[in-house]
Design a protein around this ligand. Structure first.
Ligand code: TEU
Length: 516
């Protein structure tokens, strides 16, 4: 058994002990019947989220936007898009969440704005206006970088007005802000203050590792030939200085305001740098883990690599398997409900903060989106399908939603699964409750149990109390060495809680046992 203790902490912060639930607002709940989810819709469903037991909400962007990237193209950082509601609705949502003890994080998009943002409208007018240097303008492209989308595009677009090229690591309508300009940095800090003053608890920060760039550094030719975008290569020292500036803004507020960065680097060592020395991001996503195969040896290696790089920095890990950009993990892992259940046990018991993506608690896979209903430039519509609330044909949506429902919505919906004890929804709820009740599962030491088969097993402990978590990813039963006083607390297959645990793990199952 190799010990690989995570650091523990006596009184964890909310962003360490909590579980974050990502809402993609367009697809969560529609209050006004326009087919798009909105803030009042979220307010009306807080009972459900409280019943489920999540403690933190992260909303994908709800700011004013022409929606070419469905909100990740912001035209006003300090207002709510009318499709989602009003500033008053946001104030009411913040108040409602806080009244229930739920924290609220918004999604801040610092690398680029919309081309409709007044800053860019002014910047592109000519080469001498006051905002001329707020975006990245050059007489010609100065590197070989590719944009994230449309796939294969150069990261530079020509503007016929200025007769110059501007950098855009995403759509042409998402010009990159020039963070080398201190006025841009100050203006972006103001946008944070705007929301912090209104009481939000923190931010998810979109591609935040892109706010520093070295324009004269080309990406590897081989990567460009294969069509890889610049996003996963961008990693330069100046970004860290800027993250410290952002952190100072957060820390100037009372109430433990926090951020989680979307650091899209597929390498744990480089990702770990973005925590700084307790003075940059409090949390960073871990995409290397998200993209790992469903294989015990691979998952074990990814977990240990993550902890090995974060532990020396006293940095707190995050675990995420699904979000609004990727095929849902149930589908990526082969599609069975057994796998969805095992993944839930893992996600909610690893040492660090778990991020759930709305609908994974229903065991959703992606929707099939017919070609005439495709709206996203990067093929991401399937994981953004509307959340089915009821088994009725409208699935609780007052109007046909903007994207089709998942095929299994008649079965996989909130109302049906809530009424069914033992459903995957109840499993998530039981896991959240167990985690909430037992500090061992939040801040306990972590010890990996080394094995040479397709079983992922580890312990979480505080003092004498030990929780053993085991996932048998194989198709045959497997035995776990276990102390004789262990009892099963939770399992993804039926079990008898009154019986001592004999150590046998059924195939394709996961369990949590405890003893002293
Ligand atoms: O995603 C960053 C990112 O790298 C993705 O574009 C990813 O490469 C792609 O989705 C894979 O298909 C963030 C947001 O999460 C995403 O929704 C935005 O489109 C993007 O930034 C631009 O803001």
């Amino acid at each position: 058994m190799e010990r690989s203790d995570s650091h523990s902490t006596e009184s964890p912060n909310w962003w360490q002990s909590g579980v974050v639930y990502q809402i993609y607002p367009r697809s969560f709940a529609d209050s006004n019947g326009d087919g798009v989810g909105d803030l009042q819709g979220i307010r009306s469903r807080l009972d459900y989220l409280e019943w489920l037991g999540v403690h933190v909400l992260w909303l994908s962007p709800v700011f004013r936007s022409p929606m070419r990237d469905f909100g990740y193209d912001v035209s006003d950082y300090c207002d709510i898009d009318p499709v989602f509601g009003t500033l008053a609705d946001m104030d009411a949502l913040i108040a409602d969440c806080h009244a229930r003890g739920i924290r609220l994080m918004l999604d801040w998009v610092p690398n680029h704005s919309s081309s409709d943002h007044p800053w860019f409208v002014e910047s592109r007018r000519d080469r001498t206006n006051p905002k001329a240097d707020w975006y990245v303008w050059r007489d010609e492209p100065v590197n070989n970088w590719l944009a994230a989308f449309p796939a294969g595009d150069r990261a530079w677009s020509f503007d016929p007005g200025r007769e110059q090229w501007y950098l855009r690591c995403f759509l042409p309508e998402q010009p990159d802000l020039n963070w080398d300009n201190p006025d841009v940095e100050a203006a972006m800090h103001e946008t944070l203050r705007f929301w912090l003053d209104r009481g939000v608890d923190g931010f998810r920060m979109d591609v935040v590792h892109l706010i520093g760039k070295q324009l004269d550094a080309n990406d590897p030719d081989t990567a460009v030939e294969r069509g890889y975008s610049h996003v996963t290569f961008n990693d330069v020292p100046v970004t860290h200085e800027r993250l410290r500036g952002i952190r100072r803004v957060l820390d100037s507020y009372a109430g433990d305001r926090a951020c989680v960065g979307e650091v899209y680097l597929l390498d744990e060592a480089r990702m770990a740098e973005y925590y700084g020395h307790g003075d940059e991001l409090q949390l960073s996503f871990n995409f290397s883990f998200l993209w790992a195969e469903w294989d015990a040896a691979i998952l074990r290696a990814k977990v240990l690599a993550t902890l090995n790089h974060l532990r020396p920095r006293n940095a707190w890990p995050t675990w995420v398997l699904s979000n609004h950009d990727v095929t849902r993990h149930r589908q990526r892992y082969g599609g069975s409900e057994a796998v969805a259940r095992m993944a839930a046990v893992m996600l909610l018991t690893l040492p660090g903060t778990p991020f759930l993506y709305m609908g994974e608690e229903l065991g959703l896979v992606d929707a099939e989106v017919p070609p005439d209903r495709v709206v996203d430039v990067d093929g991401r519509d399937g994981c953004r399908a509307p959340l089915p609330w009821t088994p009725t044909p409208d699935h609780g949506w007052p109007h046909d939603p903007w994207l089709p429902f998942v095929a299994a919505a008649d079965e996989c919906n909130v109302a049906t699964l809530r009424e069914r004890p033992g459903s995957v929804l109840h499993l998530y709820r039981d896991l959240l409750r167990l985690r909430h009740e037992h500090p061992e599962l939040q801040i306990g030491e972590f010890t990996m149990i080394e094995r040479d088969d397709n079983v992922l097993a580890y312990e979480r402990s505080l003092g004498d109390r030990i929780f053993t978590i085991a996932l048998n990813l194989s198709d045959s039963p497997s035995r776990l060495e276990i102390a004789s006083d262990h009892r099963v607390l939770l399992a993804t297959v039926p079990f008898d809680p009154s019986m001592p645990f004999d150590g046998m793990l059924p195939p394709q199952s996961a369990l949590i046992s405890t003893g002293t």
